[in-house]
Design a protein around this ligand. Structure first.
Ligand code: FNR
Length: 344
C-alpha cells in the first residue's frame, strides 16, 4: 500500500489518543478491515498493445474539473493533526488540483478555510437545532461552496472501540465549535437523529446548492435520495466508523450504480489506498473516490505540503495503473477491466 510508511510516521508524531481517533473504527472494526480487503478481492483484466505513452487522469463532473478522480473526504478536527488545521488541508488540496469536502466539524471557520481553498463542497450534519443547520449551510454557500454533502449514516455517532467519544480528545472549545457560532455548550452540537430524506430538498432550498448524499449502501435508498432531489450519491460506510458489520463499500457500489442508472454521479470512499483501488472503483461505475485517513497522515507529517504529496502520489499511481491496464484516460475505464469473481 502507498501510505503504510506515512501512517507509521504519523503514529509516531501524534499523541496516541489522536492517532487512535483517526485510525480507528466502530465495534469490532470488521467493516474497517473489510473496506480495504474488498477492493483487493477484485481482480483486474488488463488490455495490451494500446498506446499508453500519455495518460490523462483529468476528471469532470458536477461542474468541476479535477486533476484526477480523487477528492478529499470530510474528516473532523484537523487541529488535532496540525496547527494550521483545515487551512493547510485546503491549500494542499488546491495545489494538487483536487477538491476538498470540508467537514461541519472543522476546527477552523468556514470563511477562513474558503480563502485557502480551490473548489470545495461543504459536508453537512443536520443538527438538532435546524435553525443552526440552516445558518451553517447559508454561510457555506456565501463563502463559495459549490455543493453540499449530507452525511446520512450518522443519526448517532458510532461507538469507537479505541476511543471513548470526542470528549476524550485534546480539543479546545474554540476548535470543537469553530463553526457553530453562539453555541456555548458542546452538547448542543449533536446531530439530529430524526433526519430524513425530506432534509435533502430542504438543504438545497436553504442554500441554493446541489446536495449529494453520503453514506448510501443500498439501491432502495439511492432511489429515494434521487426522488428527493439529490444531485449525487456517495457510497460510504463512514470509513467503518458507524454500523460495524455493514458491508464494504466495494461490495455496495454495484447495486447503487445500477439503481442510479446514470441519472447522477456516484462516488465512493472507504479503504481506497492505491491507483489499483481507484481503477477498481471506476470500473464498478464510480465517477471518483474520496480519500479519508491518508490525508490526515499527510497533514500530520507535512502540513499543506504533506496533503499535496498524498494526493499527487495517488494521482501518479492512478496514471501508472491505467497505463498498465492499457487505458489512456479515465473515461475509457469500463466494467470489462474487472475479471468475473472467482468461485469461492
Ligand atoms: C471521518 N468521516 C467523516 N465523515 C463525514 O461525513 N463528516 C465528518 O466529520 C467525518 N469525520 C471523520 C473523522 C475521521 C477521523 C475519519 C477517519 C473519518 C468519514 C470520512 O468522510 C470517510 O467516509 C472515510 O474516512 C473514508 O474512508 P478512509 O479513506 O478513511 O478509509
Amino acid at each position: 500500500m502507498l501510505y503504510e510508511a506515512l501512517e507509521a510516521q504519523a503514529r509516531e508524531r501524534l499523541p496516541q489518543v489522536v492517532f487512535d481517533y483517526f485510525a480507528g473504527g466502530s465495534g469490532e472494526e470488521s467493516t474497517l478491515a473489510d473496506n480495504t480487503a474488498a477492493w483487493a478481492r477484485l481482480r483486474l483484466r488488463p488490455r495490451v498493445l494500446r498506446d499508453v505513452s500519455s495518460v490523462d487522469t483529468t476528471t469532470e463532473f458536477l461542474g468541476v474539473t479535477l486533476s484526477s478522480p480523487v477528492l478529499v473526504a470530510p474528516t473532523a478536527f484537523h487541529s488535532l493533526a496540525h496547527p494550521d488545521a483545515e487551512l493547510a488541508t485546503a491549500q494542499g488540496t488546491r495545489e494538487a488540483g483536487s477538491l476538498l469536502v470540508l467537514s461541519s466539524r472543522s476546527s477552523r471557520r468556514i470563511e477562513d478555510v474558503a480563502s485557502h481553498a480551490g473548489p470545495w463542497w461543504f459536508q453537512v450534519y443536520v443538527f438538532r437545532d435546524r435553525g443552526l443547520t440552516r445558518a451553517l449551510v447559508q454561510r457555506a454557500a456565501a463563502a463559495g461552496a459549490r455543493a453540499l454533502v449530507l452525511t446520512a449514516d450518522t443519526p448517532y455517532v458510532g461507538r469507537k472501540r479505541r476511543n471513548r467519544g470526542d470528549a476524550s480528545l485534546p480539543l479546545a472549545d474554540e476548535d470543537f465549535l469553530a463553526n457553530l457560532e453562539g453555541l456555548t455548550h458542546r452538547a448542543l452540537a449533536e446531530q439530529a437523529p430524526d433526519v430524513t430524506f425530506a432534509d435533502i430538498s430542504r438543504l438545497s432550498e436553504d442554500s441554493g446548492l446541489p446536495v449529494l448524499v453520503k453514506g448510501v449502501l443500498r439501491a432502495d435508498d439511492a432511489l429515494e435520495c434521487l426522488h428527493h432531489g439529490a444531485s449525487g450519491l456517495i457510497v460510504s460506510n463512514h470509513g467503518g466508523r458507524q454500523l460495524d458489520g455493514a458491508l464494504a463499500t466495494a461490495d455496495a457500489l454495484p447495486e447503487v450504480v445500477s439503481a442510479t442508472a446514470g441519472r447522477a454521479p456516484v462516488l465512493v470512499d472507504g479503504g481506497v489506498r492505491s491507483g489499483r483501488d481507484v481503477l477498481r472503483a471506476l470500473a464498478l461505475g464510480a465517477r471518483a473516490v474520496l480519500l479519508g485517513r491518508p490525508v490526515l497522515w499527510g497533514l500530520a507529517t507535512g502540513g499543506a505540503a504533506g496533503v499535496r504529496q498524498v494526493l499527487e502520489t495517488l494521482r501518479e499511481d492512478t496514471a501508472h495503473t491505467l497505463a498498465l491496464a492499457g487505458l489512456s484516460r479515465v473515461s475509457a475505464v469500463g466494467p470489462d477491466v474487472l475479471a468475473p469473481p472467482r468461485a469461492p
